[in-house]
Design a protein around this ligand. Structure first.
Ligand SMILES: [Zn+2]
Length: 263
C-alpha cells in the first residue's frame, strides 16, 4: 500500500490537472490557446473566475453549480472531469507505485479523457491534441516504462492498422462512414504508449463497451440504433482498462483469446 501522503498528493494533482483538462476541452476545439488568457471565464457571461471560484470540485459545490456573477448553471461535467482526473491519478499510483510508469499511464489517460469529451461534444478527435501527445508520450513510454522504442512503434502500427482495416471493411460493406480517421490516429497514440498487446486489448474492450452502450441506447429509445455514437470514448475506456486492470486478469484474457482463436 502506498503511503497516505502519496495518495493525497496524487489525488490533489489529479484534481488540478482535471481542472486544466476542462479548459483544454473547452478551448481547443474553438482554436483558442489553452494558456492565454490564463484565467478561466464563465462560458455564459464571460466574467473571469476568481481563484476561490476555480478550486476543483469545491467551488462547484460551494457555488451550488451556479455562476457567482450571472447565476447561469455550471455544467456538472466540470466536477466530473476533475474527479475523474483525481481518480485516474490515484489509480495509476496504486497500480504502478510512484515513478515513471505511473506518470506515463496518467498522462495518456489525461489526454484520452480530454479527447473523449471533445469527441462527445464535437464528433472530432483533433490532430492538435493527438499529434503533440504522440510526439511526447511515445518517447516518454520508451524511456520511463519497460516498453521499448520498437515495441511502441509496433503497437502504433498494430492498433491503427487493425482499426483502419475494420473501418475500410465497414465502408466497403455498408457504403456508410462508420469510424473516422480520428479514431485510427487515436489508436496510433494508444499503441505507441502501451504496445501491441495493449492495443489489441483496447480494441476488443472498446468493441465490448461500445456494444454494451449501443444496446443500452436501443433499449432506452425502444428503437434500432441509427445514430452513430462516437467511438473515441470507448477506445479511451478500453486503454484505461488495460492500464489499470490486474495484469493477471489481462494475461488470462489473452490466453483465453489465443485458445479461442486456436480452438
Ligand atoms: Zn456567468
Amino acid at each position: 500500500m502506498e503511503s497516505f501522503w502519496w495518495v493525497l498528493f496524487s489525488l490533489l494533482a489529479g484534481l488540478c490537472i482535471g481542472s486544466f483538462l476542462n479548459v483544454a476541452i473547452h478551448r481547443l476545439p474553438a482554436g483558442q490557446s489553452i494558456v492565454d488568457p490564463p484565467r478561466s471565464a464563465c462560458p455564459h457571461c464571460g466574467e473571469p473566475l476568481a481563484a476561490r471560484d476555480n478550486i476543483p470540485v469545491v467551488s462547484f459545490l460551494w457555488l451550488r453549480a451556479h455562476c457567482r456573477h450571472c447565476h447561469a448553471p455550471i455544467s456538472w461535467r466540470y466536477p466530473v472531469v476533475e474527479l475523474t482526473g483525481g481518480a485516474m491519478a490515484v489509480g495509476c499510483l496504486l497500480r504502478f507505485g510512484p515513478g515513471g510508469p505511473a506518470v506515463v499511464a496518467f498522462a495518456l489517460m489525461a489526454v484520452l479523457l480530454a479527447v473523449s469529451c471533445i469527441d462527445i461534444d464535437h464528433r472530432i478527435i483533433p490532430d492538435r491534441v493527438i499529434l503533440p501527445a504522440a510526439a511526447l508520450l511515445y518517447p516518454a513510454a520508451a524511456v520511463l516504462t519497460p516498453l521499448s522504442w520498437r515495441q511502441g512503434l509496433v503497437g502504433a502500427f498494430t492498433g491503427a492498422g487493425i482499426l483502419y482495416l475494420v473501418a475500410a471493411g465497414y465502408r466497403l460493406l455498408t457504403r456508410r462512414e462508420g469510424m473516422g480517421m480520428g479514431d485510427v490516429k487515436l489508436m496510433v497514440l494508444i499503441g505507441a504508449v502501451i504496445g501491441w498487446q495493449g492495443a489489441v486489448f483496447t480494441l476488443f474492450a472498446a468493441a465490448f463497451y461500445g456494444t454494451l452502450a449501443g444496446l443500452l441506447a436501443m433499449v432506452r429509445s425502444g428503437r434500432g440504433l441509427k445514430t452513430a455514437i462516437p467511438f473515441g470514448p470507448f477506445l479511451s475506456l478500453g486503454a484505461a482498462t488495460y492500464l489499470l486492470a490486474d495484469p493477471e486478469l489481462i494475461l488470462r484474457y489473452q490466453q483465453g483469446l489465443i485458445l479461442g482463436i486456436a480452438g
